[in-house]
Design a protein around this ligand. Structure first.
Ligand code: PHE
Length: 449
């Protein structure tokens, strides 16, 4: 879409709400705690924060600048800025990553619907912690049930993407996402009052430097990119709808801060409870689904809190899957000339097939593993820890070296209307810090360093 009169977000808040809608989701509330738990807590937290500020933020600003300058998707952005080069092929990496993420993401989103429904009928209230573990285990390995929820989630995603309920969902999520934030604060206070609060906080915030291994670094890098929705052109597409007056660096900083804050809140909720109820911090993808219900069980009116929370989490997941689906939909429409309907059907069909495989990898396909990772784990690992960082390198190198310098500066300062105090630092980060930093983490993790 090369026209300059695309619809734009009406307000400054619109841009922030949309980016936060994409960024905040299962990545913060489900993925962050389990990654932190399996990677040593404090050591992971430290690496994660460094990755967000030093590597993630510059790439986010670059995506914003490229998207708004070209008013285009990832393919178009590279094509407009570097015609007759092959840079546009980075778009394929973005599409592949987005489809892989969508495939495993919809499985977990399906779990949130199951837990919302179960809480609502009061079926998620057990006397013993071990029951929560057993219950989730039976559910996720039960083949049909999780599969049906995955399909239901994908169908809802499809309906939203077909624009049948977009307006409603926007209005809905503008009210309900702040409510999710309030709920997180309430649960946070509750966890801080647990007798194991100190233990949980020490685990999460006190880095044991000896634990900073290549795999912790890679995990933190992948989590930072996954959580900010960067490295695959998603934020580029969103920025193409920003107004010319939107302050890109400020919007990026606010979105990244909000996103990180929510991940930290989630960690503060989970870890004191992990120690209180004897859950293993290394439980992996099931961690949150085993711990949260125990927390709710001990709250007065627990089922109501639980149903509300899982509903809001489902909604947060939906605003994220919309953004990742839009990447391939925009590609099929703008590059392949499909109608919106066919593009949406095709994207959903791909997610339907691979999502089903990811879902069944906890059940009848659980024997298919590589390095102890099932299909779900492989999709997550390859997309988040490898493809997004590689996409990030390309975007940083392109914005730092290939994009005309003045062009980048003009975009970041709104054609000189705002002061570009951070421009020098940002350019340095894009040219040197991000490519070298990400490259070192990647090489280190495959044992080449
Ligand atoms: N950032 C989203 C989350 O934290 C996930 C996501 C990744 C969304 C990539 C879009 C693109 O849940």
């Amino acid at each position: 879409m090369k026209n300059n009169d695309r619809i734009q977000f009406a307000t400054r808040l619109g841009a922030i709400a949309a980016t936060a809608g994409s960024a905040v989701g299962l990545g913060n509330i489900w993925r962050f705690p389990f990654e932190a738990g399996t990677h040593g807590g404090g050591a992971f937290m430290l690496c994660y924060l460094v990755c967000i500020v030093v590597l993630g933020l510059p790439v986010l600003c670059a995506e914003f600048a490229m998207g708004r300058a070209t008013r285009s998707n990832i393919f178009g952005a590279f094509r407009v800025l570097a015609p007759k080069s092959s840079w546009w092929m980075v778009g394929y990496l973005g599409i592949a990553a987005s489809l892989m993420i969508l495939s495993f993401y919809c499985v977990v989103a399906g779990w949130t619907i199951e837990y919302c429904a179960q809480s609502a009928i009061g079926a998620l209230d057990f006397p013993e912690q071990s029951d929560y573990h057993r219950h989730f285990d039976e559910f996720k390995s039960g083949n049909w049930r999780p599969l049906i929820w995955t399909w239901i989630f994908l169908s809802l995603n499809f309906l939203v993407l077909r624009k049948e309920v977009t307006k409603g969902i926007e209005r809905f999520s503008n009210i309900l996402m702040p409510l999710l934030f309030v709920l997180l604060i309430v649960f946070c206070v509750n966890s801080l009052l647990l007798p194991t609060a100190k233990e949980g906080l020490t685990f999460l915030f006190k880095p044991d430097f000896s634990q900073i291994t290549p795999s912790v670094l890679l995990g933190a890098l992948g989590q930072a990119f996954f959580s900010l929705s960067i490295g695959l052109g998603c934020m580029m597409t969103y920025a193409s709808y920003f107004r010319p007056q939107t302050n890109l660096v400020r919007t990026a900083t606010i979105s990244a801060s909000l996103d990180t804050l929510i991940a930290i809140l989630s960690g503060v909720i989970i870890f004191p409870a992990v120690f209180m109820f004897g859950v293993s911090p290394e439980a992996g993808p099931t961690l949150v689904f085993e711990t949260l219900p125990s927390i709710f069980h001990h709250l007065p009116g627990g089922s109501v809190w639980s149903a509300l929370f899982f509903f809001l989490l489902f909604l947060a997941s939906l605003t994220s899957t919309i953004s990742m689906s839009e990447i391939s939909i925009a590609f099929f429409i703008e590059e392949k000339g499909m109608s919106r309907k066919s593009a949406t059907v095709l994207t959903s069909a791909i997610a339907f097939i691979f999502g089903s495989l990811c879902c069944l990898s906890f059940g009848c396909l659980s024997n298919l593993t590589v390095n102890d990772l099932n299909i779900f784990g492989i999709f997550d690992y390859v997309a988040s820890n490898i493809m997004l960082p590689i996409g990030g390198i390309f975007i940083a190198v392109f914005a730092g070296w290939k994009m005309p310098k003045l062009f980048l500066k003009k975009e970041l300062t709104n054609q000189g209307a705002i002061r570009g105090r951070f421009y020098g630092v940002l350019l340095f980060a894009l040219r040197w810090v991000a490519p070298i930093g990400i490259g070192l983490v990647l090489l280190n993790s495959i044992g080449l360093l």
